[in-house]
Write a protein that binds this ligand. Structure first.
Ligand code: 5GP
Length: 174
C-alpha cells in the first residue's frame, strides 16, 4: 500500500506562526520565568522552535506519557513513562504539545500536574482539532486549528515515521 503526504501547512507558515506565539508568550510572561514542559516525542520540534522565540528566561523539561487505548482513540488514562527532572511547585509551567485531539491526554495530565502546585499551568499546542474534543481542556495558545484529518510532520508521526518533515501534511493511502 502506497502512502503520500499532502502538504497542509507549509514550513514557512509553521515557522511564522511559532514566532508569533513566542512573541505573545514573551509578552504575557513579562517579568516571570517560564518552565517549558515538552511532551515527548511529538512536542520536540515545536518546543525547541518556540523556545527560540521566547525572550523571558526559559527552562525546558521533558515528560513522556502513554495513553491506554487503541491506535486512534485515547482512553484518557495516562501513564507517565518519563517524569519531570525537578519539582514544579511555584513555577510557571507551560506545556508544549504537538496536537490536541480529543483532549483526554491533556485533561488528565493537567489535573495531575495541578496537584504539584505550580504557580501557573498553561497549555500551548501547535495544532488543534476542535471538532474532535470530548474532554474539557482549555488551550491557552493555539498555532493552527485544523480539520479532523490525520496529520504528520513537525514532530507528528505515523508508525514513528515522518516526525522530521519540516511541514505539516495529511497522510493519504492509495
Ligand atoms: P488526545 O488525548 O487529545 O486525543 O490525544 C492526543 C495525542 O494523539 C497527540 O499527542 C498525538 O500523539 C495523537 N494524535 C491525535 N491526532 C493526531 C494526528 O492527526 N496525527 C498524529 N500523528 N497523532 C495524532
Amino acid at each position: 500500500m502506497g502512502e503520500r503526504i499532502r502538504e497542509l501547512i507549509s514550513e514557512a507558515d509553521v515557522a511564522k506562526r511559532i514566532a508569533e506565539m513566542g512573541a505573545q508568550i514573551s509578552k504575557d510572561y513579562e517579568g516571570e520565568d517560564v518552565y517549558l514542559l515538552c511532551i515527548l516525542k511529538g512536542g520536540v520540534f515545536f518546543t525547541t522552535e518556540l523556545a527560540k522565540h521566547i525572550t523571558v528566561p526559559v527552562t525546558i523539561d521533558f515528560m513522556s506519557v502513554s495513553s491506554y487505548g487503541s491506535e486512534t482513540t485515547s482512553s484518557g488514562i495516562v501513564r507517565i513513562v518519563k517524569d519531570l527532572d525537578t519539582p514544579i511547585e511555584g513555577k510557571n509551567v507551560l506545556i508544549a504539545e504537538d496536537i490536541v485531539d480529543t483532549g483526554r491526554t491533556l485533561a488528565y495530565l493537567m489535573e495531575h500536574l495541578k496537584q504539584r502546585k505550580p504557580k501557573s499551568l498553561k497549555l500551548c499546542t501547535l495544532l488543534d482539532k476542535p471538532d474532535r474534543r470530548v474532554s474539557d481542556v482549555h488551550v491557552d495558545y493555539t498555532g493552527f486549528e485544523i480539520p479532523d484529518e490525520f496529520v504528520v510532520g513537525y514532530g507528528l508521526d505515523y508508525d514513528q515515521r515522518y516526525r522530521n518533515l519540516p511541514y505539516v501534511g495529511v497522510i493519504e493511502f492509495d
